[in-house]
Every structure is written in structure tokens, then in C-alpha cells.
Design a protein around this ligand. Structure first.
Ligand code: SAM
Length: 222
């Protein structure tokens, strides 16, 4: 069995009992960054062996992992935070495991997009998750097509690109489009800014963006 196990995005209390049990039961844990995950695994006194598995070695390591799974080993995948496969490595291995007829389970658990969406106050019954926009090529055309998306749009963005993102969005989405900018979910300095795109731009000009952000944008209305 291949397990994808979500890990806390800030608050360690968000680990699940099932995640902890599986960490102890599996034969191997694949971790995105050994320095990050060793802290989590040590905190919960997990002694299961772990090895790195990230975007730079996933192609090279996948055949050996599939071979181990075929021999009957149980393997868990974790990323630095949140749910593997969501703006993080995981998808390639899931696809390879399914092709090899290995069972795959993703546990329910922490991810940044769902709490951000629900606490945004914007409609959350249906939504579009875009993750990170392309950094350069294709970025503007992506924004242009998202501007007419009727469902609520959820984006991830790094703090140093946040102001530029609002700048780039205004011409397409309009300055009056509602947005929620959710910062540092589950952490000490968690906060949510709710207002228009223009107000968000002004606010973050005055309050330098620091930490991790999810941007939730109101869908297009005719
Ligand atoms: N796999 C993760 C998940 O399930 O949400 C996402 C990983 S992605 C590499 C990191 C991005 O997720 C950050 O740049 C930010 O946009 C968002 N994020 C992660 N943790 C967050 C938090 N505590 N508060 C706000 N955003 C967060």
C-alpha cells in the first residue's frame, strides 16, 4: 500500500491519530526535505526509516519505490507541510503506483486551501484551486482566463510576489473584486484580510507581507 499522509501546516496539534499510527506501521517514509520532516518525526518519536523524495529526484527514485511496494512493503509519502500532491510532490508516484496496480490511499488531513476558502467568507460550495500561478510564461494569460471564472478561485503565492500579484490582477479582475488574503493558517500570527483587490494592495503596501499566504478571490459575476 502507498499512503499519502498530510502533515500540519503550522500547528503540530493538527496531526491525526491515524497519521501517527501509520508512521509507526509503515516500512518506509518518503519525505520532501529530511531536515524539515526529521523535526516532525522526532517530535512524535517516530523511528521508522525515512528517505528524501522531492521534485529533483522523484523520476529517478520512483522505479525502486514501485519495486519495493510490489514486494509488499508499505510506504508513506509526506511533504514539508500539508497534503502531498497539492502544490507538492506526490502525483507522479501515485500515477506510477496505480499503473503497477498498487493500492493508494490519501489520508484526510491538513492542507492550506480548505481552511482558507471556508474562512474567507466567499462562496465555498464550488471553487477552483489554481495553486501557484506560472512564475513568468503563461502567467498573464492564466490571470486573464481566471478573471471570468464564475467560481471562487483559490491561489497560493509567496510573500515577496504578493503585491505584484494584486497589481497584475487588478486590470483583469477589477479593483472592486472581493478577496480574502489568509496568512499563516494555524500559526501564532494567523490573520485574514478581507476587502477588495485595491484595498488588499494598499493594506499590504503598508504591512509588508511576511509568512505564508492563500489568496481567495470572488468569482466573476455578470
Ligand atoms: N501541500 C501544501 C498544502 O496541502 O496546502 C501546500 C504546499 S505549497 C509548497 C506551500 C504554499 O501553501 C505556501 O506558499 C502557501 O501559499 C500555502 N500554505 C502552506 N501553509 C500555509 C499556512 N500555514 N498558511 C497560509 N498558507 C499556507
Amino acid at each position: 500500500m502507498l499512503y499519502l499522509i498530510p502533515t500540519p501546516i503550522g500547528n503540530l496539534e493538527d496531526i491525526t491519530l491515524r497519521a501517527l499510527r501509520l508512521f509507526k506501521e509503515v516500512d518506509l517514509i518518503l519525505v520532501e526535505d529530511t531536515r524539515v520532516s526529521s523535526k516532525l518525526l522526532n517530535h512524535f518519536t517516530i523511528e521508522t526509516p525515512y528517505t528524501s523524495f522531492h521534485m529533483h529526484n522523484e523520476h529517478q527514485k520512483t522505479p525502486n519505490i514501485i519495486a519495493q511496494l510490489k514486494e509488499g512493503r508499505n510506504i508513506a509519502v509526506i511533504s514539508d507541510a500539508g497534503t502531498p500532491g497539492i502544490s507538492d510532490p506526490g502525483f507522479l508516484l501515485v500515477r506510477a503506483a496505480l499503473e503497477a496496480e498498487i493500492e493508494v490511499q490519501c489520508l484526510p488531513g491538513p492542507t492550506a486551501l480548505i481552511p482558507a476558502l471556508v474562512q474567507s467568507g466567499l462562496p465555498c460550495e464550488r471553487f477552483v484551486f489554481e495553486g501557484f500561478l506560472p512564475p513568468k510564461k503563461g502567467r498573464v494569460s492564466r490571470l486573464e482566463s481566471l478573471a471570468t471564472e464564475p467560481k471562487t478561485v483559490v491561489l497560493y503565492e509567496s510573500p515577496h510576489k504578493l503585491l505584484k500579484l494584486f497589481d497584475q490582477m487588478v486590470p483583469f479582475f477589477g479593483a472592486a473584486r472581493s478577496v480574502a488574503v489568509v496568512r499563516e493558517l494555524s500559526k501564532l500570527y494567523e490573520s485574514t484580510f478581507r476587502g477588495t483587490l485595491a484595498e488588499a494592495h494598499t493594506f499590504f503596501l503598508e504591512h509588508k507581507p511576511k509568512g505564508e499566504f492563500v489568496i481567495v478571490v470572488e468569482g466573476f459575476k455578470n
